[in-house]
Design a protein around this ligand. Structure first.
Ligand SMILES: CC(C)(COP(=O)(O)OP(=O)(O)OC[C@H]1O[C@@H](n2cnc3c(N)ncnc32)[C@H](O)[C@@H]1OP(=O)(O)O)[C@@H](O)C(=O)NCCC(=O)NCCSC(=O)C[C@H](O)C(=O)O
Ligand SMILES: [Mg+2]
Length: 280
């Protein structure tokens, strides 16, 4: 199990930030050629990204290409595929066919960030080659004409619909970015909300957000110990011939056991990732 607690966007026209991104402990990096890059910088950004992909990365590295129908789409895709990226991020996906017609050789991450994208999310998520769905709430909020809300109330339906679509297809749902990079408390609150909604991780835009996302979407030592305790209670109950157990006053059934195993695998994977980063 490879955790994707934090997926860090880095603008393709910021070579210094691209180099820094190698060292920040993000579970994945997304080199962005789309909205973070002004039209007059698109060609230079593509060349920067191509150069950055020549050197190995300590984590999976993806490229967000410009959207279908844009003047840069084709060249972005060709560059990224030839350079050997670990995946492509496609913005503003609205139909299943727009994904399948690409016949990609690498995993595709579809961005759900338009009203039509949300409504088509189940078909998009189920399309072959799609690894996961990334929510883009900046574009979505604009398209829906919602007002900002501290608990993302106007977007909750779309967030949950995206989680539902991804999980139903066995794909990975990743939460949207938090724009205020100088508000760590707000960021942590939004991570907790995203985790509660069922997201596996969060897209982030600044170095300061990486560790907090890794913590919020990871499994702490205490949570890992709680999972071990639950498994011990379950084993004891099964040895006594019982079909279900109670642990700390709560019912334990097979799905809780499966969840505890998953938590332990995620905890172990998080530890391995931390060790990899330490030795990098
Ligand atoms: C948000 C920022 C514009 C803030 O920039 P700034 O105030 O200049 O940051 P700092 O001065 O605090 O930076 C400190 C150092 O950290 C490096 N840095 C900053 N951001 C990154 C990053 N993303 N990755 C790697 N390194 C980063 C700086 O280079 C500084 O380093 P040093 O010089 O050595 O001290 C800025 O953080 C930024 O541009 N973030 C990324 C923005 C982005 O990628 N946007 C597009 C993706 S989000 C999106 O499109 C949303 C979605 O589609 C939707 O619809 O919702
Ligand atoms: Mg967007």
């Amino acid at each position: 199990m490879k955790p994707l607690r934090s997926m860090l966007y880095v603008p393709g026209d910021k070579p210094r930030a691209i180099e820094k991104a190698r060292t920040l402990g993000a579970d994945a990096v997304i080199l962005d050629l789309e909205d973070a890059v002004a039209p007059e910088h698109k060609e230079a950004a593509r060349a920067n990204v191509q150069a950055a992909l020549r050197t190995p990365w300590p984590c999976p590295v993806l490229v967000r290409v410009n959207g279908l129908g844009s003047p840069w789409e084709h060249a972005d895709r060709e560059m990224a595929l030839l350079a050997g990226v670990d995946g492509l991020v496609l913005p503003k996906v609205e139909t299943e066919s727009s994904v399948t017609e690409l016949h990609l050789r690498v995993p595709l991450w579809a961005m759900i960030e338009t009203p039509r994208g949300v409504l088509q999310a189940p078909a998009i998520a189920a399309a072959p080659g799609v690894a996961g769905l990334l929510v883009g709430t900046n574009d979505l909020a604009r398209a829906l004409r919602t007002r900002p809300h501290p608990e993302r109330l106007p977007l909750l339906h779309a967030l949950s619909a995206t989680v539902l679509a991804a999980r139903a297809a066995g794909k990975v749902p990743i939460d949207a970015v938090y724009n205020d990079v100088r508000d760590p408390e707000g960021f942590v609150r939004e991570c907790e909300q995203g985790r509660t909604l069922g997201f596996a991780g969060k897209t982030v835009i600044h170095p300061d957000q990486v560790a907090a996302a890794n913590a919020a979407f990871g499994v702490s030592d205490e949570q890992a110990q709680a999972a071990r305790d639950l498994l011990s209670a379950w084993d004891a109950a099964r040895r006594e011939g019982r079909s279900v157990a109670t642990h700390r006053g709560a019912l334990v059934e097979q799905m809780h056991v499966d969840e505890a195993h998953e938590q332990l695998a995620l905890w172990e994977a998080g530890r391995r990732t931390a060790n990899d980063t330490d030795s990098a």
